[in-house]
Ligand binder design. Structure first.
Ligand SMILES: Cc1ncc(COP(=O)(O)O)c(C=O)c1O
Length: 362
């Protein structure tokens, strides 16, 4: 059969797709999900909503009640909010509305790989700015690049390094940037830090947030942006009608109604994280990087792929990020339940001890 692949834009054909090998494991600590499932009160409210509504009808085009609740929750006007099918969809909307093939997009690296993929689909020039060798933000380098760019994307706390950038650095970037600046706050709840306070001052600031992490709803696909109202209105033009299905709408509303329950769970995850950091720091040879998120980046004396394989043979799945620049011998582990964290850290200790005694034979 004749292929029409040549009709796909050459720069799209050249992109590596976003792929994750689906591998099953008893302990899955590779996706930065919330280890504490959505509270029963939220699930019950959602199920009740779903049962009370005809499924044959479209959801609301503009889910008013959800926008109102979110506006109250975040303390930002409804006109400056845009809710999507995960924050990835919002990223795509911003790129569709603002970025074309002649544009320049600065992205701090290493970071969330979806940025690169989505920027490359637009055909724009992808301009990486590296973290420093000790995995901190190089604010001066980002500023130099942002001065001459149409969009700058910074993730803080950064995935996969956990690095956070304080307001002072962000303020500098926003002040010199020629274009828009996206700050991805997917993990902000785990650092108790947000740049929301800078929104009134910087009309080029777009904050991305998600219900997939602290809000424990990765399976329901809800994310949002906060930005100046006029800018939001323009970005909204790139949104597909009915991008939110009524299950997502019901879940987001229920999550906001019970935000106190979710917040309590965030504090538990932070405690679990801090305990896991101490456990990892106590393993000889393991270097743990500071993190403001629900995952931890660490370096071992052994190649990342070997540690990954050895843990996987014990049915523990984490993320091998060691092929990324600056991340030689690094792996990322998401914070799990107390039992999962214990099993993982004990397994890592044993794997490294075995490696130490057999000189690499994992
Ligand atoms: C930095 C970052 N942004 C966004 C997302 C995805 O968000 P969503 O599930 O809302 O599309 C992730 C998921 O891992 C992430 O790490």
């Amino acid at each position: 059969m004749k292929s029409f692949v040549h009709k796909i834009k050459p720069h799209v054909q050249a992109i590596r797709p976003y792929e994750l090998d689906y591998v099953d494991a008893a302990i899955q600590l590779d996706m930065n999900e919330n280890p504490i499932d959505t509270p029963a009160a939220i699930k019950e409210a959602v199920v009740k909503q779903l049962q009370s509504r005809p499924w044959t009808r479209y959801p609301e085009l503009h889910p008013h009640a959800l926008y109102q609740k979110l506006s109250r929750f975040v303390g930002w006007p409804e006109e400056g909010l845009l809710i999507g099918n995960g924050s990835n969809e919002i990223l795509k909307m911003v790129l569709t509305a603002a970025i074309g093939p002649d544009d320049r997009v600065v992205v701090v690296q290493p970071s969330f790989s979806v940025y690169r993929q989505m920027v490359q689909v637009t055909g724009a020039q992808f301009i990486p700015v590296m973290l420093t060798p000790d995995l901190k933000f190089d604010v001066d380098a980002v500023c130099r690049a942002a001065k001459d760019s149409d969009l700058t994307i910074v993730c803080t706390p950064n995935n996969p390094t956990g690095t956070t950038l304080q307001d002072e650095g962000i303020r500098k970037i926003l002040a010199v940037a020629r274009g828009l600046v996206i700050i991805d706050e997917a993990y902000h709840e785990f650092s108790h830090h947000t740049v929301k306070g800078l929104l009134p001052e910087f009309p080029n600031l777009i904050i991305l947030r998600t219900f997939s992490k602290a809000m424990a709803m990765a399976g329901l696909r809800i994310g949002y942006l906060m930005s100046e109202a006029k800018l939001t209105g323009e970005i909204e033009k790139a949104k597909l009608p009915y991008n939110l299905n009524f299950m997502s709408i019901a879940a987001a509303e229920a999550g906001l109604d019970h935000a106190d329950l979710l917040q309590a769970n965030v504090e538990c995850v932070i405690e679990l994280r801090d305990r896991l950091i101490s456990e990892l720091q106590a393993i000889p040879g393991v270097e743990v990087f500071p993190t403001g998120s629900n995952f931890i980046l660490f370096r071992t004396p052994q190649p990342g792929s070997e540690i990954f394989e050895a843990l996987y043979r014990r049915s523990i799945l984490i993320r091998d990020v060691s092929a990324q620049p600056l991340l030689d011998r690094c792996l990322r582990v998401s914070v799990g339940t107390a039992e999962e964290n214990q099993t993982f850290s004990q397994a890592l200790r044993e794997v490294l001890e075995t490696a130490g005694t057999s000189k690499g034979g994992l």
